[in-house]
Design a protein around this ligand. Structure first.
Ligand code: NAD
Length: 471
């Protein structure tokens, strides 16, 4: 684990930020990013940036978050290399104009949608998956032909420093900039006019970003968080449910935006589910998870303290609860008999604490979920199609998975994003390209025919005919 004297300091001059967007816009206006060849070259280079420096990225993720190697490779690096490859493969298809039909009153004409890049995008990313959450939106922005300013999170300084070092070496430096730093640097960036702002992080900063964007009428994508519930019906396969909930919860020590935040379980199977979850903790991480190489660390002491405070007056600790602040270790923790109004049930936990709450039936679980903010993800464990349909129809969430956790985010054909307080807009796969593109509507008319009745002086007979057509 990194010590404080090895933590890299960002070297950003606030003055230099003041016209970064304007500089990149000049490049963009010159047309450098438009061709499919440029986009393809940058996507290939982005893939190489990650694959050729995989060991350095794994080391940086370990220094910042104690990330187990396999989690660093799969959830951060492979996500980026796979997405870059997939974007290169689909680029031609995504960029192709899409013909649409033309109604009779507009005939004769041809109509189509033509994707055009927005211009200069600002991408602000958080610390929990600091490679993936920065580079996946960059892939969309590049595929769509934009210039990009990247603002990695200052909370993961090793990853931020590595990105700042590698981007100028691999990508076209006239079109890409990395600005390191925290609130002061981001505030200076947000004063400038961008053509799109893509922000991932907490909702409080989401509001700051949206307000700043409003001053320039800049469109935003906000990838936020929330308390993602996990409903376990009594028909569920409890053995599998426990494993999948435990895996999704304690990966990256619970610091995952779509981790199951809490469990609502049918009262008849609550004791059995809690037992099985406890067994999973032992099976995954051994008797002392602190010794396990497969269990990540909490990002910093501030978050350790925040998580510790959530344990007060939040039910009974049945597993875990141990904390070692020097090592930034917080044990996988299960809580039972949790009052719905307790601290752990008020804000997103974003850590390894799993409250398990009993419900009488699925209707009570649905009422509980719908009385709170719309979450980023919702998980349902059931073998009943009827219950599955009821939960999907009567709740609203950014995404959902049945008898699974996390996997909905790994399918690039499923756009990823929140709804209401959990976010605005979406990305992944083609949705990323669309997010950073404007769909220009185009209509072309031939000049051989020119209908005279369109032009003044209008004929009364024409008005009569149209009046009749209203029905
Ligand atoms: P963070 O502290 O790294 O902040 C995110 C970014 O916002 C950083 O780049 C930071 O520099 C910038 N920032 C912070 N304060 C700012 C301010 N006052 N003004 C301008 N910019 C500022 O990360 P975080 O917010 O703690 O991330 C955790 C949250 O993000 C959780 O709520 C989680 O659910 C959410 N999240 C969402 C997704 C998603 O895809 N929807 C993914 C990961 C995390």
């Amino acid at each position: 684990m990194a010590t404080s004297d090895t933590i890299p300091e960002p070297n950003t001059d606030l003055e230099q930020i003041s016209d970064v967007a304007a500089e990149l816009r000049r490049t963009f206006d010159g047309g450098a990013t438009r061709s499919i060849e440029w986009r393809d070259r940058q996507l290939a280079a982005l893939g190489r940036l990650v694959s050729e420096n995989a060991d350095a990225f794994v080391a940086a993720l370990q220094a910042d978050l104690g990330k187990p190697t396999l989690e660093a490779l799969t959830a951060d690096l492979v996500m980026v290399t796979d997405s870059a490859k997939a974007a290169r493969k689909s680029l031609k298809k995504w960029m192709a104009p899409r013909r649409v039909s033309t109604p009779l009153q507009s005939q004769p004409a041809k109509s189509w949608l033509q994707s055009e890049p927005l211009g200069v995008a600002l991408i602000i990313s958080p610390w929990n998956y600091p490679v993936q959450l920065l580079m996946l939106p960059v892939i969309g922005a590049v595929a769509a032909g934009n210039c990009v300013v990247m603002k990695p999170s200052e909370v993961t300084p090793h990853v931020s420093a590595l990105v700042a070092e590698l981007v100028p070496r691999y990508l076209d430096s006239k079109c890409f900039r990395v600005i390191e730093g925290g609130v002061a640097e981001t505030t200076a960036l947000l004063e400038q006019r961008f053509d799109h702002i893509f922000y991932t992080g907490n909702g409080a900063v989401g509001r700051i970003v949206m307000e700043a964007a409003a001053r320039h009428l800049t469109p935003v994508t906000l990838e936020l968080g929330g308390k993602s519930p996990c409903i376990v019906d009594k028909s569920a396969n409890l053995e599998v449910a426990a494993k999948r909930i435990a895996w999704g919860k304690w990966m990256n020590a619970g610091q995952t935006c779509i981790a199951p935040d809490y469990v609502l379980v049918h009262e008849d199977v609550e004791a059995e589910l809690v037992d099985k979850l406890a067994n999973c903790v032992r099976a995954f991480y051994g008797e002392d998870p602190r010794e396990s190489g497969d269990y990540a660390r909490i990002v910093n002491s501030r978050h350790i303290k925040r998580l510790q405070s959530l344990l007060k007056e939040s039910g009974d600790v049945v597993v875990g609860g141990e904390v070692n602040e020097d090592e930034r270790y917080f044990a996988p923790t299960i809580l039972r008999n949790v009052p719905p109004e307790s601290p752990v049930m008020s804000d997103e936990i974003f850590g390894p604490i799993l409250p398990v709450l009993r419900v009488r039936d699925v209707d009570e679980a649905i009422a509980f979920v719908t009385s709170r903010d719309k979450p980023l993800a919702l998980y349902a464990f059931t073998e009943s199609q009827e219950i599955e349909a009821k939960i999907l129809e009567r709740t609203s969430s950014g995404g959902a998975a049945i008898n699974a956790t996390i996997f909905q985010a790994s399918n690039p054909n499923l756009p990823f994003g929140g709804v209401g307080p959990s976010g605005t807009g979406s990305y992944h796969g083609k949705a990323s390209f669309d997010t950073f593109s404007h769909q220009k509507s185009v209509l072309r008319k031939p000049t051989r025919f020119d209908l005279k009745f369109l032009y003044p002086p209008y004929r009364p007979a024409m008005a009569k005919m149209i009046r009749k057509s209203l029905g």
